[in-house]
Every structure is written in C-alpha cells, then in structure tokens.
Ligand binder design. Sequence first.
Ligand code: ZN
Length: 521
Amino acid sequence: MDPTDPGDRPPEPEQPLPPRPAWPPPPPAAIGPGQPPGSAPPVSPGWGLPPGSQPCAPPAWGQPTTPPAWGRPPAPPTWGEPPSPPRNRRRVHWILAGLASLLVVALVATVLVVRPAAPAGSSGLPPRAAGPARPAAPARPDPRTDLPKLLAKRAKAIVVDDRTAFMSTVDKRQKAWYREQSTQFARMRTVPFSAFSYRIVELRAGSGLKRRYHADQVYLSQVEARYRFTGQDASPVLTSHSFTFVHIPAGWRVAGKGDKRLQAHDDVEIWDTGQVRTLRSARTLIVHHPGEEALARGVLTVADRAYAQVGAAWTGKWEHKAVILIPRDQDEAEELVGARDLSQVAAVAASSIESDESGRVLGNRIVVNTTNVLGYRNPELQVVITHEMTHVATRTLRIGVPLLLVEGFADWAALMPVKLPFAVTRAALVQEVRSGRFDGTLPGDREFRGSRAGVAYDEGSAFCLWVARTYGAAKLRALYREFARTSPAGPPNLDRGFRRVLHLSRGTVEHRWAAWVRDQG
Ligand SMILES: [Zn+2]
C-alpha cells in the first residue's frame, strides 16, 4: 500500500471493488440510440455521461451514486480501481508479507500495507536484572513479565464482558483516557468476540515521561491484537495498536495510546466510532452500526447467494464463511481499510497476514463502501459481494498472481450468473474497442490503478472469460494456481505460466484474446 506500496505492484489486489454500476437493465423503452442492448437506460437524472466520457459510452456500469438512477461515476465507470494507498498503515497484508515481522495491515483493495515491527523477542524490553539480587532490595517491577499479564487481563475482560476487570487495567488518574476507555469498552461489548489476545511487538522506555504521568516507570509500546468473531474466523484477524504503560503504586496500568509515531500505525476498528449490531446466517456475519439494518439485510441476502456462485468458479478449499463490515460511510470505510480514497470502490476485501516469517494469510474481512453501494439494487450488490467473496476464497493463493488474474477471476466469477451481453458487462472495454483505443495488450498490474482502471478490470474479466470458454474453467483455475507459485518479488512471468498451462506463448495468447475481444465489440 502505500507506504508499503512496492511500487511495481499495485497495492494488493485485494479487492477493490469498483463500484459497479447498474446492472439490471432498465426498461426496454428507455434504450436509446447508442446504448448497447440491455444497458441501463437513462432513467433519471443521474444518467448523464460522466464528464470526460465518450458520448457513446454505454451508460450502464456506471458508478452508483445517485440512487436508483444509474448515475455514472465521475471516473472510470467500472469496477473501480484499487484503492489508493492507505493513509498510514493498515490492515491487511498481502503482499508485502515478505517484510516479515510486522504487523501490518493492509488491505484493501488492493493494497496492503505492511509495517515493520520489532520481531518478537527483541521488543526493546529492558534486560532482566542479571546476577544475584541484593538480598534486601525489593524486586523492581519488570515490564517484560508484568505487561503481558496486564494485557492478558484486559483481553480476557473483553471476551468475558467484564467491565470491572477491563477498567482495572486503565490508569484512572488520566481522566480523559479513562472515560474514553470506558466508552470503548461499552462499544466493544457489542462485538461478538470469541477470542482476543495481545502481543507486545515493540516496547521502549519513555523515561522523559515519568513526570508527566507521575509514574516511576513509563513504556511506549506497539501491540498486536488478534481476535476472532463467534462462529467465524477459523484463523484470527490481526490489528495494531499502541499503548503507553505506566507503573504507579497500584501497579502497571495503560495510561494512553502511544506517541504520534506509534499511533500512526494504529488500526481503526468498526467499533471505534460507535456501537455495532450484527446480523448473521449460518455462514455470513454482517457487522454494522445501528441505523444500517436495511443495507445489512440486503448484503446478507446476496452474500448467502454468493457462496454458490463462488463455488461454481473456484474449486479450491476455503472456509465458506465471511465477515462483512458495513461502516457508516466512505470516510469510515477508508479508516477501516487504511485507504486514502475509496471513492471509486464499492467494497474491499482485506486479509491479515501472520506477523512472523511465515507470512501466513489469516482472517479476512470484506468492507463495504456504504456511500457507494447505498444506491445499488440487488443485482449490483450481488456482483460486488460475489467479487469480494471470490477474493476471500482465493486469498491464500493471491501472492504472486498478477492482477490480470486476481481481479479478472473475481469479476468473471461474479459476472458468470449475469445473463447480459458482453457489451453491458464489460462496457468500458467494448467502448475502447469501438473507439479504436483498444491496443490488444493484456493489462499489467499498474493499469489496475489510475484513470483507466475500469478498462483494466474489464480486460482481466474478458481474459478469464476467454480462457474459460476456449480452454475450460479448469484451465483457468490451473492458470491461477500456476502463478500463485511464482515469487511476489518479480514481475509475473506471463509467458512461462501461459506456456505451462495453455501451451501457448504470451504473444499467441495475447493475440488470440485480442481478436476475440474485438469480435465481442
Ligand atoms: Zn477485486
């Protein structure tokens, strides 16, 4: 992601979701001269072409903005590009998993971020006193052993809903912080945690802060939290938080967040801004704020349908469960994902990556951009959620796979059940062909960000559709798996992968695909 954006590779593929537009074809009567059959008609105001778009651009896919009407998005109409890099850090960690030890966060649409944290065991804790202790000297409080106990008490209090125990870990002399923590606990008790734990990943003495906190010892720390939601999360979600610990006569307490440097890495959770409610089915858990019940019900409905759609496309193992967060608006979605701008994104899938050298992909969340999807009708919402759920299903293979396949496969899976013409489902690409701008080359990862991301998504989607129709869906899945074995460090070797799976050179594949695309236009 950003900070962690490797440069060559766009922030992770995760998910981005571009707002998809208007599916359901509008009433026949509305179709106008230049519109592809089935495309959304200019029903109402919102329909106008977006600034900068070509006059004959098919209206449909546009971005959702104005409700019922299909309004067209200001920018690339389609799926939106992967979100821009996170503001600071964030949750998911896809790609940069190689950075090892961090906590990272990353996520989202494609992005991930990772942040280096101190490796476990080298957290800056003061060395234990060595040598024989002087007989009479009282033992000095040892943060290395005491702070993990304090955090364990706090974590247990969260899971068993024990406010007294939770607040006993907080320095009550810091009145504003104490009140904030009380509010935080009240919000957290609405979250369905089945497990919660902390691990200190960085700890340093804040010697100059003793007077400020009236404490004999002060430590600043970055802490990794890992938690699971009841009935979900076969593997935990990891997040980063910072704390200031103080030792006072009553013992160790949490006296505040860390300093600005540490806070820059803090993750934001959906309960940080208010209480949450949940809605669940056997496989899906929706977490939202009070007031978003209608959208939550709509998302639950399409999510429960998405499992079968994903299953029709992807045969690999995955948990067949998903947690979907519905923040209040786009601003909160950006906070949750650590992205700077999700205006062209409908939803994002974020995964946690193990903070040790294993880089194992752990828990996953789908974060909806509430602002963009509010105007979606069920068919559009279905495409968005199925696209994201496909990312969840394939997430452990994603590293090393080019966005051409990551995004293309997710779109292909989500669009498979949609019985609309190619010119409607891949409108941005068809527009390229019709306007003579289509150059016949497969999009690189960089093209999935930026002003022409909508075309890149359609190209990826069209590529997967072409492979599936020409060689079979099993070959398409084999191609995805083939690239998952490649190193995330280097550019994906398309030629080698195509030769191994399709027995064709990159040039031949590109040429045949481009000819097929031109035929669709
Ligand atoms: Zn995606």
